[in-house]
Design a binder for this molecule. Sequence first.
Ligand code: 5RP
Length: 218
Amino acid sequence: MSADAQKRLAAEAAVEKVEAGTIIGVGSGSTVNHFIDALAASDIEIEAAVAASEASAERLRGHGIEVRDANSVSELAIYVDGADEINRHLQMIKGGGGALTREKIVAAIADRFICIVDASKQVTALGDFPLPVEVIPMARSHVARQLVRLGGRPELREGFATDNGNVILDVRALDLSEPIHREQQLNDIAGVVTNGLFALRPADELLVGTDTGVQRFT
Ligand code: 5RP
C-alpha cells in the first residue's frame, strides 16, 4: 500500500471522531487534505472549522464547509492534523508544509489533538526530519547564528514565505532528545515566532494508517 493510501486510511478513521454540530480545528498537508475530503463526503455536518492554513481554508470552503477565524471561537472539540515525525509520547515535528505557527495556535485552542499519519512518520527518536523554525525576516541571520551555537545546521527554505509573511529555517543535527526543553529554548530566541516541535502540547491520540489497517495510540 502506498504512503498516500495509508494517509487516506488514517484520515477516514479521524472522520469517525467528528461529532455533528461541533466546530473543529483542521491542520494542513496532504493527510489533512484526505481528512477534509472524507469529512465532506460523509454525512456528518459540522457547524464550522478553524483552519491552520490558507490552503486548508480554501479546500474546506470548496466543499461548502464554513471557515471561522480563530479569534471568533473560544474552544474547539477536536483538532485534526498530520505530522512529519511522531514518537511514542505523541510528541511531534511539524511544519514540513510551513504552517507550524497557525497549527500550534489552533492545537492550543482544541480540547483534543488527533494526529493522522502514514506509517513512515512513526519514529523512536525525533530529529531525522529537519526541524522547521519560523522566523521574523529581519532576525534571520541572528537566529541562524544562535541555532549554530546550539549545535544545529540551519538552512533557509528558499523562495518560501509563511502565511504570516515570515521565513523558515530548516534545522538539521540539533539534539532533540529532550523535546520539551528544546521547544522552550528555541522559542526564547529573539525573532523566533515558533518552532516545529510539538512537545509541550503533544497529540492526545494518534491514528496511523498501515498496510493492515489503522493503529491507534493514546
Ligand atoms: C504542515 C505540517 C503537516 O502536518 C506535515 O508536514 C505532514 O504533512 P503531510 O500530511 O503532507 O505528510 O506540519 O506544516
